[in-house]
Design a protein. Structure first.
Length: 830
């Protein structure tokens, strides 16, 4: 073979695969004539780096003659020169050439078993004592074996070898790190349902440092945990024998059944080679993106991206495997088109993009929906597929969530007609809110929708569009939410989930889960509203156009999407009545499961994500935003220390908390620095630091800020309790959970235990839970949460009630008695 890429590949093997150093002794074992050009190129490159080379020429035909005509003693004999090479070499390179898949068809099974055992001894010794790499050489014989032309085979070979290995290695190592956080693996595919544990075992990247072409990650299952069965449509080949339609079954790690439609006797002899031959020594994912066609060569085919394989027999010690055997036989399962691998709910790969926010006027907040919502979703899909190596056909379902409620008018083709108007941070429609309340009455709207109008509501913003963008309203055909727009782009379906529909007061009948005709014509005329359905059921399937853009497979089912807060509640562990998610962000937001559809004059009752589930929600106006305010105004020293010590200023700031005693030396903070939401519902409320004196320190002020946030949350929990809603467990999520002092203050002041989930980017994880339920893996979301959600941190209340209860009583009275003055100040400030 004359190909300039041979030299490039030789350089890759010497420097990347084996990192050969000056003075090292290298054995090259070249099989057949087609491997000689590679041996020459390797010899040249090794000599250049100062290595010492010995080339050994091998012939598969000669090995065949030994097995056919030799005695048992001859086949078991290991020549002294072979033993010397095993001891002498630092590096071993095997170049495998024109091996005929069926060359050994006429060899007696017992002879093959003896030869296999001898080769296993030699290989094991080399694996333990040398750095080694095995290279398959493309040739005409291999092309015939693969049932393809030699040019196609050669192109696939070089493309698969000459990857940007450093880049892929980094991605695959990240994937291994994620897999090591889990333990329970289940494989479900045609004729296959196999489960096992990898707890405590290592996942290892194979990135061209042992085989070439390469590209897999592998581990060693705990033998005694292996249960189930596995069938293989891809033939297994061992000792020149083709074994078709293999079926294997294990119980508590032991092989209890083995079957095949051809060469069953030979299969059974191989499995009886030794005690470890029938046990799974390796489980691996093939990840090479350039390996796309089967070649009927196991060492190559096991790298195909989207496939998986097991190896019977010897385990890799670097994975922590302990199974010993003289065989290591890989059998491939093609799961690219059909197959699922469940990794006990652990995240396999993630990708994030920071959204750009447009604020063209005070009180406005907008997104370019086509770029930010859809364009960045497409980019994320492409990145996830690229980083994971997962074949699109392996993806069972697509879930998504978005900020809510937002509104976007689009034309008949789904093209946006204006920048999307965001949720409650956009307050442009205050006048329209008041006009709708005057027109229909707050009580009537509340009676219909279970909530009153606010800056959060979509309905006033629709009226704002009618009044300020009449041409947009005239052309509007679709009224999209953020998740609704994504669903439409993916599936062509116009829909909205029941949870998000609560954002349309005056249009949505919460009791009957339907759009109401009562005020509809006056509010939106004859505009069509989206079809309503549960967030955990499928809305449609990936279209051909969406598949082309995202890389996802056409026909993959898609959920309708929902509010990110609802998804985050699921990911936090909310599954039973009284379970409450507490989201710590720039503000706080909570969602608590209830037994029935709640009706509250203060909080927001709603249907949740599947039938017969209900929640009540609320939130405060400040949290992280107040801590940021403190840092900007009083944190100069923390910022300086952060720069000097290369620490985050917020981490430096946390240290101040312990410099002040519980109760902040009698200092009380009302955290109403941006008005207040529940349960006060007063956008004219003002922030306050009460009790300041000359002896107070900046640490006291910082502590009082955190304790004020905690008291505002206790106020909400007390108000819920007074309305008859049980608060059993608190699950903390969001950026605020990274501040342990804030978390402990909330637990101490509210006297509630808090748990923080293991996965800390919750909304995306909640989407995965809903997708798994919709795909049939779980009967309910409660089951999904119980199975997949775990918690990493726990905060237990300290007995500080003698300090905090009197201060909390003063905190409550302080707002009540200063409310008139707050409103006067608000009016004076304009």
């Amino acid at each position: 073979m004359k190909d300039k890429r041979i030299n490039e590949l030789a350089t890759l093997l010497v420097h990347h695969s084996l990192a050969i150093q000056p003075g090292e002794k290298v054995m090259i074992a070249a099989m057949e004539e087609c491997s000689i050009p590679f041996a020459k190129a390797l010899n040249r490159e090794i000599v250049k780096v100062g290595g010492n080379v010995q080339v050994q020429f091998l012939s598969e035909e000669m090995r065949h003659d030994l097995m056919k005509y030799g005695s048992s003693e001859q086949m078991a004999w290991i020549p002294e020169i072979e033993r010397y090479g095993m001891e002498w070499a630092d590096v071993y390179i095997a170049l495998r050439g024109a091996s005929n898949l069926y060359m050994h068809w006429d060899i007696a099974p017992e002879h093959k078993a003896i030869s296999q055992k001898t080769q296993g001894i030699i290989s094991t010794d080399r694996w333990m004592k040398t750095r080694w790499c095995l290279l398959r050489i493309p040739n005409l014989n291999m092309a015939h074996q693969a049932k393809m032309d030699e040019e196609t085979l050669t192109e696939q070979f070089f493309n698969a070898c000459l990857l940007d290995w450093d880049s892929y290695t980094a991605h695959w190592q990240w994937l291994c790190d994620q897999l090591e956080q889990g333990s329970e693996i289940r494989i479900v595919a045609k004729g296959t349902d196999l489960s096992f544990s990898t707890k405590g075992r290592k996942w290892v990247v194979f990135d061209g440092r042992a085989n070439m072409p390469d590209g897999e990650i592998a581990t060693a299952p705990l033998t005694e945990t292996i249960n189930g069965y596995m069938s293989f449509e891809t033939p297994g080949v061992l000792g020149g024998q083709l074994i078709e339609n293999i079926y294997l079954e294990w119980a508590d790690g032991k092989l209890v059944k083995a079957d095949a439609t051809s060469n069953l006797d030979y299969l059974q002899k191989i499995l009886a080679t030794d005690e470890g031959a029938g046990l799974i020594g390796e489980f691996a994912f093939g990840l090479n993106p350039e390996m796309k066609f089967f070649t009927n060569d196991i060492l190559i085919d096991e790298k195909i991206g989207g496939s998986l394989h097991i190896a019977l027999g010897r385990a890799y010690p670097q994975c922590g495997g302990t199974n010993m055997s003289s065989i290591h036989w890989d059998i491939i399962k093609d799961t690219r088109e059909e197959g699922e691998v469940y990794l006990d709910g652990n995240v396999v790969v993630s990708h994030d993009i920071a959204h750009s926010l447009s604020i063209p006027h005070d009180g406005w907040a907008e997104h370019d929906a086509k770029q930010v919502w859809w364009g960045e979703f497409v980019e994320i899909c492409q990145a996830l597929l690229r980083k994971s190596g997962i074949a699109p056909a392996q993806i069972k379902a697509v879930g998504h969530s978005a900020m809510s409620p937002c509104i976007l008018c689009a034309d008949e083709q789904g093209e946006p007609l204006h920048p999307a108007i965001l949720y409650g941070i956009d307050t442009r429609a205050v006048e329209q809110q008041h006009s709708i309340e005057l027109q229909f009455g707050q009580a009537a709207i509340y009676q219909l929708s279970g909530v009153t109008l606010s800056a959060q509501s979509v309905t006033p913003k629709l009226r704002w569009i009618q009044e300020h963008l009449p041409k947009v309203w005239q052309k509007a055909h679709f009224l999209f939410s953020a998740s609704g727009y994504l669903t439409y782009q993916l599936t062509g379906q116009y829909c909205l989930n029941y949870y998000d529909a609560i954002g349309y007061p005056g249009l949505y009948d919460v009791q009957n889960r339907a759009w109401s005709a009562q005020f509809r014509r006056d509010l939106i005329g004859d505009k069509a509203l989206p079809h309503l359905l549960w967030a955990s059921e499928f809305a449609g399937q990936i279209t051909a156009q969406a598949a082309q853009l995202t890389g996802l497979k056409e026909g993959t089912p898609v959920l309708p999407g929902c509010a990110d807060a609802a998804s985050e509640a699921l990911a936090a562990g909310v599954k039973a009545v009284g379970d409450t998610m507490m989201m710590y962000g720039s503000s706080t937001f909570f969602i608590s499961r209830t037994e029935r559809l709640p009706h509250s004059p203060v909080f927001w009752g709603n249907h949740f994500l599947e039938p017969e589930t209900y929640v009540i929600s609320g939130g405060t106006a400040t949290c992280g935003s107040l801590i940021t305010w403190y840092l900007k105004q009083f944190g100069t020293e923390a910022c300086r220390i952060g720069v000097d010590t290369q620490q985050n200023p917020y981490a430096v700031l946390m240290q101040e908390f312990s410099m002040s005693a519980p109760g902040a030396n009698g200092l009380i903070c009302l955290p109403y620095f941006s008005g207040e939401r529940t349960p006060v519902l007063d956008n004219r409320a003002q922030g306050m630091l009460m009790g300041l004196s000359l002896h107070h320190t900046h640490a006291d002020v910082y502590r009082s800020v955190l304790e004020g946030i905690a008291m505002s949350l206790r106020h909400n929990l007390d108000a819920l309790d007074q309305e008859g809603f049980t608060i059993a467990k608190l699950y903390g999520v969001g950026g605020g959970t990274h501040n342990p002092y804030l978390m402990q203050a909330v637990s101490d002041i509210a006297q509630k235990e808090q748990q923080v989930p293991q996965v800390d980017f919750g909304a995306c994880y909640g989407d995965c839970l809903m997708a798994a339920k919709a795909a049939g893996q779980f009967a309910s979301l409660d089951e999904a949460v119980s199975t997949w959600v775990t918690h990493a941190q726990h905060y237990t209340p300290q007995d500080l009630t003698k300090i905090y209860d009197p201060l909390y009583a003063l905190y409550r009275d302080l707002y009540t008695h200063t409310k008139p003055f707050m409103h006067q100040l608000h009016q004076l400030k304009g």
